[in-house]
Design a protein around this ligand. Sequence first.
Ligand code: NDP
Length: 451
Amino acid sequence: MSFDVDLFVIGGGSGGVRAARIAAGEHGARVALAEADRMGGTCVIRGCVPKKLMVFAADLPHRVAEGQAYGWQRATTGPFDWPAFRARLDRELARLEAAYRSGLTGAGVEVLDTRATVLDPHRVRLADGHEVTAAHILIATGGRPDLPKVAREAGCWSSDDIFNLPELPQTMLIVGGGFIACEMACIMAGLGVRVTLLYRGPQVLRGFDNEARALVAASMVRQGIDIRTATDLTGIERLAEGWRVVLTDGRTETYGGVLCATGRRPNSHGLGLEELGVAFGPTGGIAVDEWSQTTVPSIFAVGDVTGRIALTPVAIRDGHSFADTVFGARPRPVDHELVASAVFTRPELGTVGLTEEEARARGPVEVYATTFRPMRTAFIGSEERVLMKLSVDPESRRVLGCQIVAPEAGELIQLAAVAIKMGATKEDFDRTVAVHPTMAEELVTMRRPVR
Ligand code: NDP
């Protein structure tokens, strides 16, 4: 049977774009890609990229204050000009969006600016009713913010809205204690917003190493973020300006903005997949095997829509592996072992492998950890502390996990991840000569386990 294309990709985010480009550009497949929104997906348009630029913006007042303490007496910041920043941000995102598009067309991919749904295992329908047949279909539709009903009905902001605010509020309530809530709390506080963070559990960043979470939370409090743990929303009402909220501790308060960062869910429904018998996982993601193949053999899925690890580089790897496997005769299963990640709080938290708690749950473990005031900020009397930590298997000597809480921990953990992915032992770290004077040198100079 002949098809219009070899591959039809639904979704122009990180995973879909990589798969389409590799399939067409490197393996010569005939590929079409449909995207109903802006090209680039969550990462480029309303996630990693604009967030990281806001992290840089929010860091500058701290740097200026440091500069003053170091002797730059006239270093100063005025109020933050959000509209000016946003205008520059919008231009940058438009540039990246265009680069994504030209990367696709340059590789020979036909780009369709439309919504597409799946009609049968080899056919998709576009919004205008037009149908396209395909040997393979790749679902790469990502995820979207998941707000509790009460917050949705009151029109609270999700992370999608943050990048489009016409102005910053003076006060902001952030609901949730995960990646987005903690990152946004630090960003907004850095930009001059008074931030309250509401988390239903005992400590933010559940699932991360306990010692690392505690250090990040303490630093957030020092930045003036009012963290209220074991507290949730019971009611919320939209006012002419801002919101009035009622909390489980009985308090009623008003805020200029309310950001609900209570998780994301896969964009897996409404695509016609249920009708075809495609199976879904427990969190609503499309169930796939190690080849990203669904229960319908011609349909594959990569990235956040699968409900696996919701990180851009994972989606990119999944998309690349899929294209190499199906069109390049280079079978490559997805590898989700030892994926490093970073939370861009202030300071950042970088992690790879097991937390101390996870390592302990598996058996005996040696923990090497040190917290200290780093040179740059200790010099000016700051109480900020950093953490370098390794959990080691006492038998094999393999480093099972590494956590870094420090400025630029995202950059540092990337390099530690290479060694740990290669199977480095504690002795491999030990025989590596330190780079001095740095914070990260502590990773190769911790001589005795602390626990
Ligand atoms: P997370 O899953 O990280 O955090 C969700 C938070 O919301 C948790 O603290 C959770 O509490 C809380 N929560 C969930 N439901 C409710 C509810 N009904 N009421 C009150 N609180 C609730 O999700 P995010 O939205 O922060 O991020 C989504 C994903 O995006 C991340 O998991 C990550 O994979 C990715 N991401 C990665 C980033 C990076 O790499 N730097 C940055 C941003 C996002 P509890 O802990 O009790 O469940």
